[in-house]
Ligand binder design. Structure first.
Ligand SMILES: CC(C)(COP(=O)(O)OP(=O)(O)OC[C@H]1O[C@@H](n2cnc3c(N)ncnc32)[C@H](O)[C@@H]1OP(=O)(O)O)[C@@H](O)C(=O)NCCC(=O)NCCS
Length: 148
């Protein structure tokens, strides 16, 4: 058994591991400029970190936009660990976190190649395709049922 653990952490505790993953995936693999990797939202965001046998292999973040809306971003799993449902577990944990915080609308900027991944958890694509950091993106949204 290779247990997978997903932990939600504030930036102060997540920064080192999250940045290592993002650097390998977005900067080195996808060619995103390094100075675009960190932004002002990291400090307030909740960060999901995926641990396989104690090693951090994936990350993603949830940025609260207002009382009802949040945005998921920076979803990345190390290349050697993909297609093992680690990304799905990260995304699920961020959706659960949204529910805990009473969020009713979750949005994200999906790389076009990742749209089927997000669609499997119920996100719907909307609007035009646009360029972000040199990569084709499209907005996706997930409406959550009100629990109160
Ligand atoms: C996108 C990413 C996070 C997905 O993580 P992952 O751990 O490989 O995905 P999972 O194994 O959890 O996939 C869950 C499901 O989505 C499917 N899926 C994942 N990526 C897919 C893709 N690009 N196209 C089609 N289906 C995909 C899987 O086959 C799986 O389907 P199943 O439930 O029927 O078995 C990962 O590929 C990654 O880090 N890519 C590079 C960075 C990136 O593009 N991030 C997205 C930025 S918007």
């Amino acid at each position: 058994m290779n247990p997978l653990e997903i932990l939600i952490k504030p930036w102060q505790e997540a920064a080192q591991e999250a940045y290592l993953i993002r650097k390998q995936v977005f900067v080195e693999e996808q060619g995103v400029p390094e100075d675009m990797e960190l932004d002002e939202h990291d400090l307030s965001a909740k960060h999901a970190l995926a641990y396989k046998d104690g090693l951090c292999v994936g990350t993603g973040r949830l940025v609260q936009l207002d009382n009802h809306q949040a945005q998921i971003g920076r979803m990345a799993v190390l290349k050697g660990y993909r297609n093992q449902h680690i990304g799905k577990s990260i995304l699920n944990s961020l959706i659960n976190q949204s529910k805990i915080e009473g969020i009713s609308r979750v949005s994200l900027h999906a790389q076009v190649s990742a749209i089927p991944f997000y669609a499997k958890l119920g996100f719907l694509a909307e609007g035009p395709i646009y360029d972000e950091a040199g990569i084709a993106h499209r907005n996706m949204i997930l409406l959550l049922e009100k629990t109160i």
